[in-house]
Design a binder for this molecule. Structure first.
Ligand code: NAD
Length: 467
């Protein structure tokens, strides 16, 4: 498959190769944007901003709903492109796109109106949520379209202009979605810029950008925040996670195993809120581990474009190599590596599903974010002790509790230090439900009313008696 898409005009000659992770074939070559391209886009967004801010809310809502409709209408083309550049199986690419479309509607439905705070004979006080200006959106490679829409929809509906920087590994589908969406918006309101490693820092430093909404790793998030501090840009940071699932001995093993499997391995584990460690009560540890191994044999890994494939490759060579080094480190340790279905592709970044059988708590595979299809299984016997182990982490993004005891479930969920906790169900994300990271998993909120408000400043207007 060869794709020809135009990148923004650029004076520099830096080229970006976009690679299909299932075959390592080059899908497209793009010219990397340079600083002048960014300056031109910021200037266009700055010029478009006053008119877009003053556009009636109803029109802004219609525009964002229209973008959702365009994503749905073009889902076949977009899903094929997304699978080719990201690696996820076609069904998961479709579900990312249908999620993105649902976000457009859901965010538009919650647009924030002015609020009357006081209305007396002496004064009237109105609270407004005014847009910030030009937003820079920086997006990772795991869910490139969905995570871009999580930023585009609230930015646009609140009256901002936005420049989106996809990951240089996965820019193609985002470029196509934005190309389609631009037909519904005035020039300069929504733009996309693609570039190499220097581009993100240029955006976070740029004096014309008033907010950065960043999704990516915690290490990069720290750099983004430091850079934004120079001009006191608003920042929203959605960062890494090391989510734990806690499985109590009263669960129905057959019912829970497939659910835990998919919470960990969807998109080959490349999900910020993937289950990245499973704590299983010692009474059912062996039974649960063996059932997970058996279930994983029913799931096919391969090129996401092929029929029947449910797990794709990891997205890029760097991630592949990081996973290989985690495996090598674990191989030298005390725990068994269990690989139920080895893969034998001569090309592509394929890492087979691998379970690490009860590794030491301080091993890298337990303490770090693996972001791939390798899952440590850990034994516990005491509830307070497992909560302590789960919380002994710099991350605090999500987590889950699995038990038939409702009181225990709530008690444990409330003690987990993370922004989202799910009880007896896989990760539920919604445009209506705030999503945030505690500790070093992030700063600020996406989604829901709280997430939309992050694209605004509060302004109060107080009026005394007239005449
Ligand atoms: P990354 O941090 O390497 O890159 C993310 C984006 O930041 C890319 O667009 C990259 O080009 C850009 N970037 C790199 N250096 C930059 C800098 N100095 N300044 C500004 N921008 C810069 O992350 P990744 O490897 O693309 O994605 C995987 C990570 O993202 C994982 O840690 C995962 O948990 C996290 N993630 C978090 C969420 C969430 O909502 N919390 C969602 C998805 C992924």
């Amino acid at each position: 498959m060869s794709i020809s898409l135009s990148a923004p005009a650029a004076d520099s000659i830096e080229r970006l190769e976009i690679v299909n992770p299932a075959s390592e074939a080059i899908l497209a070559e793009l010219t990397s944007a340079d600083r002048n391209d960014l300056d031109r886009m910021v200037a266009a967004a700055t010029e478009a901003f006053p008119a877009w801010r003053d556009t009636p809310l109803a029109q802004r809502k219609t525009a964002i709903q229209g973008i959702g409709k365009l994503i749905t209408e073009n889902a076949d083309e977009l899903a094929a492109l997304l699978t080719a550049e990201q690696g996820k199986p076609l069904a998961q690419a479709r579900s990312e796109l249908s999620g993105a479309a649902a976000w457009c509607t859901g965010i538009a439905d919650q647009a924030i109106e002015d609020e009357m705070l006081q209305e007396t004979a002496e004064r009237i006080v109105v609270k407004r949520h005014v847009p910030l200006g030009v937003v820079g959106a920086i997006v990772p490679w795991n869910y490139p379209v969905a995570l871009a829409i999580w930023k585009i929809a609230p930015a646009i509906v609140t009256g901002n202009c936005i420049i989106v920087k996809p990951s240089p590994f996965t820019p193609l589908t985002t470029m196509r979605v934005i190309e389609l969406a631009q037909a519904l918006l005035p020039t300069g309101v929504l733009q996309v810029i693609v570039g190499g490693d220097a581009l993100g820092p240029w955006m976070t430093e740029h004096p014309g950008i008033t907010k950065i909404s960043f999704t990516g790793s915690t290490a990069t998030g720290r750099r983004v925040m430091a850079s934004c501090s120079a001009s006191l840009k608003r920042v929203t940071l959605e960062l890494g996670g090391n989510d734990a699932a806690i499985v109590f001995p009263d669960v129905d093993v057959d019912a829970v195993v497939p659910q835990i499997f998919w919470t960990a391995f969807v998109n080959s584990g490349q999900l910020c809120v993937a289950t990245k460690r499973v704590y299983i009560h010692e009474d059912i540890y062996d039974e649960f581990r063996d059932a997970l191994i058996a279930f994983s044999r029913t799931v096919m890994m391969g090129d996401g474009a092929a029929e029947g494939v449910a797990l794709g490759p990891v997205q890029n060579r760097q991630q592949y190599e990081r996973l290989q080094s985690l495996l090598a480190e674990t191989a030298g340790g005390a725990a068994n590596q269990i690989t139920p279905q080895p893969v034998s592709n001569s090309s592509g970044y394929f890492v087979p599903v691998t379970f690490i059988d009860n590794p030491p708590e301080d091993s890298s595979i337990v303490q770090e974010e693996q972001f791939g299809p390798i899952l440590p299984l850990l034994k516990f016997s005491d509830t307070d002790d497992v909560i302590r182990r789960v919380n002994a982490s710099e991350f605090g993004l999500g987590g889950s509790v699995w038990t038939t005891d409702p009181d225990l479930a709530i008690e444990v969920a409330q003690k987990i230090d993370s922004g989202s906790v799910w009880i007896n169900q896989p990760q539920y994300l919604s445009p209506f439900v705030p999503f945030s990271g505690h500790k070093q998993s992030g700063l600020g909120v996406e989604n829901g009313r709280d997430g939309i408000l992050e694209y605004t400043n509060v302004q109060t207007i107080t009026r005394g008696p007239i005449g």
